[in-house]
Ligand binder design. Structure first.
Ligand code: 26W
Length: 819
């Protein structure tokens, strides 16, 4: 029985083959003798899922028995990407599956390409949440992710004549083998309506009479850890019409309404908002936030009450983490549940709330601090508005004691922002309730303390801390770049780095070893060939793998300064054109790779996408330039495309205006893969420099403290002639569409004054680019820098970040299920 109880799906090649072929027949319902790649993928995915579920069930049972303190990670976004290879590799059975499929006539790598990315996120914040889940599981932490099961993930980016076109992301069309619908795990979520107040045994009680009810149904996604028996859970909620389908209305012919109600309900979890800047006043966005928060808190309280009769232990058993302010309504929701449904006194409830919640802030630009019009909150969540007002009243009382009659500060601290449109500041609400607020890099922490959240830092310095971001070296190195991973394992003599990235520091002693150099470059060469093939497949352009592959891949945003990169490319092109033939021989060939989605409503960003194509059109077809310079835009940048680009690049650019990128995580992935960084002293670039050494990367530009002054002094700043020349070439229509691109030029040299300081940094940037070229021709030097870049990236593992969160914020311990 014990054997049966524990591991009973066998992982020998024959058992795996049987399991796959059985799923072809019984799950995919195709003949076991004739099925194509996609069906083979589906069957293989289901076979892998069986093994995940076994470990998942046992892990959840173990947590139930041990009842440890759990951490719940609330996020509106989880940018998971593909799961097949990641799951098989974490379970340590990839080779067996590859062999089993080979004997069946299939290639596991080819099948893996059949999987559609789970793109339930916009960018940094969403991918960080996904990396954190991988570390939660690998570190055996009793953790859960909670979010929304969007029917449509982030839009697909199609390029037509160089313009971005958004297409819906039908990622669920062929089902999703990586999720389990939990029909029995569902909760009603209330909206609108009114609040009745009545006195009951001397106490005023509030009864929220909702105007609308929606059902939240759970979909569980097992998350395997690396080489551990623990598999944790990501629970995503889907909206369904409550009380099922309103047949009554249907039979009385009012079926249109019945259908509309159904769709209205389902609309809540239908689509991911594709703009990672701000959504002032979009009711559906607030509905989405409250919907998943309410369902998650009902689920958490239900689980807690399964083994506790009162709430005394709640803050010792539960840590609730808010991934930015998007789930901040959870503060008011837990207060409502504890007071209106569990009958706790206000003080008791607030005591619990302030002990369980913690927050991560991911932004620097103030406009992405979410604010909801009071009017909207009043109609959608009337009881929560009452609670938020009371939280604010009590808070301002306390704050007055600290800041006295400095009404300016009190007004800035207030959760309620007065003004023409009264709004609720979700950031302030979260900061008032949370016992910890962390920044995502040291630079970001300093910035928050000195500007953004100065008022709060001064009254609650103890609440603010920094937890520098990290990325999982499983997906982003060991599994995503096996060629280089094998070289690392060989020279370290162990695979232990996959679970403890600090071990890669051991490569330092070999950094100038020619044998390692040869193997290192061989691995990177393979990856460059693979990317070059992909570029040819999508663009018909042949790029030389001996050229430097230089990538800037991230969401398109003014502060990330893709435009600065483009201006330097125009400068490089112009120089090549004006060179004598012999001089051209000394030019270091470069392939400039861009990738990234522009938020649909963000005109500036959409113009940047077009400009990359316009410049590419000119440069890539200029016979005088040939292979010396290529400009490539890789469409539909997502997790899977990143896994193709990152192992293949020699240089990556992270050139945001200092004080604008909270951290960045792409930089960490590139550095880990031995790709050198060209960057500004912004976000986590600074910590990467501190870890790998200034001499192993390229930095340039103004420093954060000078930015405010330089912005004010723009009037008397004369941009360098090189800068004006390249802007002139755009304005003159060298790349066509001159009127269309004018706005881009106006933003940096017009009266508005170059807010992101492109003109200020241009010459320093060109100099840095020149030193990049010089370094690249010295292959040995470059390879040594590449090895030392990987060797110094230990700190940037999400395992380190999560260990810090667990010890210093959530106070949760590993809970490893014995095998
Ligand atoms: C309200 C709309 C909205 C949606 C998402 C966001 C995200 C917070 C934006 C984001 O992804 N920020 C990025 O978070 C990364 C992970 O911490 C950081 O590495 C990046 O620097 C930061 O831009 C802001 C506003």
């Amino acid at each position: 029985l014990f054997g049966l109880m524990d591991q009973y799906l066998k992982n020998d090649v024959f058992s795996i083959q049987k399991s796959i072929v059985d799923h072809v027949e019984y799950t995919v319902a195709r003949s076991r003798f004739r099925f194509d790649d996609f069906e083979a993928y589906q069957a293989t995915a289901h076979s892998a899922r069986d093994r995940l579920l076994e470990s998942w069930n046992d892990t959840q049972q173990f947590f139930k028995d041990r009842n440890p303190k759990r951490v719940y990670y609330f996020s509106m976004e989880f940018l998971m990407g593909r799961s097949l290879l990641n799951s098989l590799s974490n379970l340590g059975i990839k080779d067996q599956y590859a062999q089993a499929l080979k004997q069946l006539g299939f290639d596991l790598e080819v099948l893996a390409e059949q999987e559609i990315d789970a793109a339930l996120g916009n960018g940094g914040l969403g991918r960080l949440a996904a990396c954190f889940l991988d570390s939660f599981a690998t570190l055996d932490l009793p953790a859960w992710g909670y979010g929304l099961r969007y029917q449509y993930g982030l839009f697909r980016q199609n390029i037509k004549d160089g313009f971005q076109l958004e297409q819906p992301d039908f990622w669920l069309n062929f089902g999703n083998p990586w999720e389990v619908e939990r029909v029995h795990v569902s909760y009603s979520v209330k909206f609108y309506g009114r609040v009745d107040e009545e006195m009951r045994n001397g106490r005023s009680v509030h009864k929220w009479i909702p105007g609308e009810m929606v059902e939240a149904v759970a979909y569980d996604n097992p998350i395997p850890g690396y080489h551990t028996s623990n598999t944790i859970n990501l629970r995503l909620w889907a909206a369904k019409p409550s009380g099922g389908f309103d047949m009554e209305a249907f039979n009385t012919g009012d079926y249109v309404n019945a259908i509309l109600n159904k769709q209205k309900a389902e609309a809540i979890s239908s689509i991911l908002y594709p703009d990672d800047r701000s959504y002032q006043g979009k009711e559906l966005r607030l509905k989405q936030q409250y919907f998943f928060v309410s369902a998650s808190l009902q689920d958490i309280v239900r689980r807690y009450k399964d083994s506790h009769s009162n709430f005394e232990e709640f803050s010792n058993k539960v840590a609730l983490h808010l991934n930015d302010t998007h789930p901040a309504i959870a503060v008011a929701e837990l207060m409502r549940m504890l007071i209106d449904e569990e009958w706790l006194e206000w003080k008791e409830a607030w005591n619990i709330v302030t002990r369980v919640f913690s927050l991560t802030n991911h932004t620097i630009i103030s406009e992405s601090f979410e604010k909801w019009p009071v009017e909207l909150m009043e109609s959608l969540l009337p009881r929560h508005l009452q609670i938020i007002y009371e939280i604010n009243r009590v808070f301002l009382e306390e704050a007055k004691k600290k800041v006295g009659s400095d009404f300016g500060r009190l007004a800035r601290l207030s959760i309620v922002e007065e003004g023409s449109v009264k709004t609720i500041r979700m950031g302030n609400l979260a900061i008032v309730a949370c016992h910890s607020i962390n920044a995502v890099s040291q630079m970001h922490a300093n910035y928050i303390k000195s500007t953004l959240l100065k008022d709060f830092c001064s009254i609650w310095p103890h609440k603010f801390q920094s937890k520098t971001n990290g990325v999982t070296q499983r997906r982003w190195l060991a599994f995503g770049n096996p060629a280089l991973g094998d070289v690392i394992t060989k020279w370290l003599g162990t695979e232990a780095w996959i679970k403890d990235l600090d071990i890669v520091a051991g490569l330092r002693q070999h950094a100038s070893n020619p044998q390692l150099h040869a193997e290192w470059n061989q691995a990177r060469y393979q990856n460059k060939m693979r990317l070059a093939q992909h570029i040819y497949n999508i663009s018909g352009i042949r790029v030389s793998v001996d050229a430097m592959f230089d990538a800037q891949v991230k969401r398109i945003h003014e502060y990330k300064r893709q435009f600065l990169n483009l201006l330097s490319i125009i400068h490089r092109y112009d120089c090549i054109k004006n060179m004598a033939a012999d001089e051209r021989k000394r030019v270091v060939p470069r392939v400039c790779i861009f990738g990234g989605k522009a938020p649909p409503g963000y005109e500036f960003a959409k113009k940047i996408v077009k400009l990359v194509h316009a410049i590419g059109e000119k440069v890539n077809n200029d016979p005088e330039v040939g292979d010396l310079l290529k400009v490539i835009f890789i469409p539909d940048y997502n997790v899977s495309v990143a896994e193709l680009i990152i192992p293949a690049c020699d240089l990556s650019q992270h050139i945001s205006t200092p004080g604008s990128e909270a951290s960045g995580t792409g930089n960490m992935k590139f550095a880990m893969n031995g790709c050198l960084i060209l960057g500004t002293l912004d976000g986590s670039n600074i910590e990467i420099r501190d870890e790998i050494g200034q001499e192993n990367m390229f930095t340039f530009g103004v420093v954060v403290d000078d930015v405010p002054r330089l912005r004010t002094e723009h009037r008397n700043f004369q941009p360098p002639r090189e800068f004006q020349r390249v802007l002139g070439m755009i304005r003159d229509g060298i790349f066509g569409f001159k009127d269309y691109f004018n706005a881009l030029c106006d933003a940096v040299d017009g009266e508005t004054g170059d807010y992101y300081l492109l003109g200020r940094d241009f010459l320093a940037y060109l100099e840095a680019q020149a030193s990049v070229d010089t370094a690249f021709v010295d292959k040995e030097k470059w390879t040594e820098m590449s090895i030392l870049s990987t060797a110094g990236s230990g700190k940037f593992s999400s395992d380190r970040a999560i260990r810090e969160y667990a010890e210093q914020i959530w106070r949760v311990e590993p809970c490893k299920r014995p095998v």
